[in-house]
Design a protein around this ligand. Structure first.
Ligand code: FDA
Length: 501
């Protein structure tokens, strides 16, 4: 069940939510976190918590009858499989020309993501959020977030010798031949654990192809870092399979939530109400935006403004594969956690940061795969659809074209110098570039527009957005460090000015 009231309620358990809840708990504020997904800590009959990556079972996906891998095909053969409908860990939400991958469960995206923990370049951070004090971010909040997340760096000597990153060294060789430089990417996957995986000393996870359906070992997901610390304060509780549907305001100024309790197949167990004095929306770019739009357009929070639902972007994500020569082996062992990127962000015309992604199938595929992050100024927006009682994202394929064009400039050059070609068999049809999905949804309730400069929602007191919805569509690198550091900054201010006083 749920308590009838809590001084603070946090919706979601992803990055923004986890950082906020820890600091509320440390300050002595009783806090309830409501998470629609499950807690992932119990092994099932096969001895593991999460589904195997290469033979996905019901644990892999959120309420789907078929797995939905980002690589739809190989040699045009559909690689997805039928599964049982279940409250699994990875969701893919479809909106016309764009679909969004999301983590569901205690820890949100940290359960399914690639663990790349990248602090954005300061000059770009200042460009996207010019009114946020960058000295304070880079002096205090990025270091605080990196420390609490457990970010670590790969041992460079091991990287050069290991089998696990042969695929990354090959891509580096091709990139350097074309004049590009590469950069190591910090991670919240424990690189020392990975080294022991390769040495055969511990059970394998990253080296057993695990990534998007959860890691059974090695990853410092939020349930092991921020959320464990939050629970440790004794002031924070987490309620699972609780989906917040509606938010309204009582006459006394507190918030009332309608919460749907789900069963493991998505059915409704109960609908309950719960109250909060301070309400923090950490349901992610898609989730928090939807809650606010629904509240505005159904009239439960009519004072919300036009900025809600604006300023959304996919962080310029584009995926592509290159075909390697027969003599250029990526290796059959590929770490599921990327550790290197091709850094062309300084290119004034086509800034691109391309992570060198694994294709961990356990056999040599002669493919180099990349997830490019590009700087695309196009932005989508959401509207509320009354018929389905949900938010609809408006984003067209044309809006994504600039991202493909930018990535193509660099990969054409890399292919030209190395005499290689694109793969055309990976994304369901014959396209070489896939930009119809994103791992990095950002925006919808942008900092300084839908909220003030600390995430306070305009038009209402004691109502806050604390997650990726605040980031204006792009951060130039993988986003979770940015989201976490902004939450650290904002909760500091909110505690001091709105709660303690
Ligand atoms: P996040 O999405 O993490 O959490 C929101 C939580 O709220 C979820 O647990 C959800 O179930 C819950 N929720 C939503 N609506 C709700 C409701 N109405 N009621 C109750 N609960 C609700 N980033 C990065 O920096 N490095 C990387 O390597 C990767 N790789 C990567 C791979 C894949 C496959 C994905 C899907 C994503 C990534 N990312 C990434 C992106 C990163 O994971 C993402 O940016 C963050 O998780 C976003 O954090 P938020 O706090 O915004 O929400």
């Amino acid at each position: 069940g749920l308590p009838d009231f809590s001084p603070a309620v946090v919706i979601g358990t992803g990055y923004g939510a986890a950082a906020t809840a820890l600091r509320l708990g440390e300050a002595g504020i009783p806090t309830v976190m409501l998470e629609m997904g499950q807690l992932w800590d119990t092994p099932t009959a096969d001895g593991s918590v999460f589904s195997p990556m290469l033979s996905p079972d019901k644990r892999s996906m959120w309420l789907k009858e078929r797995s939905e891998m980002p690589l739809a095909s190989f040699l045009w053969i559909d690689i997805n499989t039928n599964i049982e409908r279940y409250a699994g860990v990875l969701d893919r939400v479809h909106y016309g020309d764009m679909s969004v991958y999301l983590g569901r469960g205690v820890g949100g995206g940290s359960l399914v993501n690639g663990a790349m923990a990248v602090t954005p370049r300061r000059s770009y951070f200042e460009e996207i959020l010019p009114d946020v004090d960058a000295d304070e971010m880079y002096g205090t909040y990025f270091p605080r977030a990196n420390a609490a997340l457990g970010v670590n760096e790969i041992d460079r000597d091991w990287f050069e010798d290991c089998d696990s990153y042969r695929y990354a060294r090959l891509s580096r060789k091709h990139a350097e031949k074309a004049g590009y430089r590469t950069a190591f990417v910090p991670s919240v996957y424990d690189f020392d654990y990975m080294r022991r995986e390769e040495a055969g000393e511990v059970p394998r996870s990253a080296l057993d192809s695990e990534v998007i359906f959860g890691n059974n070992h090695g990853k410092r997901s939020l349930d092991k870092t921020y959320l464990a610390a939050a629970l440790g304060t004794g002031n924070v509780t987490i309620k699972t399979l609780q989906e917040v549907r509606d938010i309204r305001r009582s006459a006394d100024g507190t918030y009332r939530l309608t919460v749907r309790e789900l069963d493991e197949t998505g059915g409704t167990v109960a609908r309950r109400e719960m109250g909060a004095r301070h309400l923090f929306l950490g349901a992610g770019s898609i989730g928090s935006t939807e809650l606010l739009l629904r509240a505005r357009d159904t009239g439960t929070l009519p004072g919300l403004g036009e900025e809600i639902g604006q300023g959304w972007g996919p962080n310029g994500n584009v995926m592509l594969g290159r075909a390697n020569h027969a003599w250029d082996l990526t290796g059959t062992l590929q770490s599921g956690m990327p550790a290197l990127g091709i850094d062309a962000w300084d290119d004034p015309d086509n800034p691109v940061f391309a992570e060198i992604a694994p294709m961990p199938a356990g056999v040599e595929l002669w493919v180099s795969l990349y997830l490019a992050i590009t700087k695309n100024p196009a932005r989508g927006h959401f509207t509320y659809d009354a018929a389905s009682d949900s938010a609809k994202l408006h984003w067209t394929a044309e809006q994504g074209q600039a991202s493909i064009d930018a990535a193509k400039v660099h990969f054409d050059r890399i292919n030209g110098v190395n005499n290689t070609v694109y793969r055309h068999d990976l994304f369901g049809d014959t396209r070489a570039f896939e930009n119809r999905f994103t791992y990095h949804p950002l925006g919808g309730a942008v900092l300084g527009e839908a909220t003030d400069l600390y995430g306070r929602v305009k038009g209402y007191d004691n109502l806050y957005v604390i997650d990726g919805a605040l980031v204006p569509g792009s951060t130039g690198v993988n986003p979770f460090v940015t989201i976490t550091a902004l939450a650290e900054r904002n909760v500091d201010r909110i505690l001091a000015e709105d709660i303690r006083s």
